[in-house]
Design a protein around this ligand. Sequence first.
Ligand code: NAD
Length: 354
Amino acid sequence: MRLLVTGGAGFIGSALIRHLLATTDWRIDNLDKLTYAATPEALAACEGDTRYRLYRGDIADAAFVRQVIAEAQPDAIMHLAAESHVDRSIDGPAPFITTNILGTFHLLEAALAYWRSLPPERAAFFRFLHVSTDEVFGSLGPDGLFTEATSYDPSSPYSASKASADHLVRAWHRTYGLPVLLTNCSNNYGPFQFPEKLIPLTIIKALSGENLPVYGTGANARDWLHVEDHARALSLVLTNGKPGACYNIGGAAERRNIEVVRAICTLLDEMAPRAAGACHDTLIEFVADRPGHDARYAMDAAKIRAELGWRPSFSFEMGLRATVEWYLAHRDWWQAILGGRYDGGRLGLKGEGP
Ligand code: NAD
């Protein structure tokens, strides 16, 4: 099996590649632009593996994408490359449109031409798995869950760009017959997550004794999934999913943002106590809300459980504890980022009204 992963140097892509190299004998090529969000260190252990290769480049470069596919000759493509941070999409949507929409289009075109050129037995085996988010569904009211049949209603430039890409992927299946699979997953957390996202940002700010920004009242709720559970789910969907089908992936761990931040504070009170025994939650600071902030996401993952037998192995409490331990043990990694690519400052306020 030869697999081409896009965005494999990112948070989820690198967890996926580590998982697949450890559990299969597949050869894995990684097409990644290595943007600010990439964490090549997360693949350090794979560098010496002859089954792994990195192609550095842009999925929005059609000629480059065609060349990589021709060279890699994949049996499957798992597409994770994206601009992924909602707040950055508010400040500057352009790269989200280019990478998430145009990049997906170029990848689909190249995949289609390649798939059509394959001999019948390889063409029958080929899959294109597109990795998407629960954010495409918009905001839920106080009750209910997103299912695979929920209508799309994205709120942010990020989720709108992912929704556009999802529609393209479905269209390439319905119109051209490309054997696609589509997954929509809830918020991930775990090792090597870039410190702009809620959980790592809260951990590192708390360790530095800085205020812990919580948007609005902190009542916005998300479902949380450990990244290694996501990697296992993606691998199962690729090998056992039905072409043309979508699968929701979620951790059955809905938490309000303020609950997540308080849980991190409690863990740090135990693992990295502050001087004079002050509790970390005294650092919590409620700040201006994110423009267009969706109130609530929650996933119904019954389909992937029933059809593919997947369920999360981490409880949120267990996964969060392991994640806090990981950030404590890998200060060098995130301190280098804070010293250069991202200073921990507030992003995403450009969408505020006059
Ligand atoms: P990430 O930002 O950590 O990594 C994205 C990777 O894509 C980086 O390595 C980056 O260098 C690469 N990339 C960006 N633009 C590129 C381009 N034009 N060409 C080639 N490579 C490019 O993102 P992530 O959190 O690992 O998310 C991976 C995928 O999963 C994304 O498609 C995202 O929408 C989706 N997703 C993420 C979450 C989450 O909670 N993080 C949840 C559901 C779905």
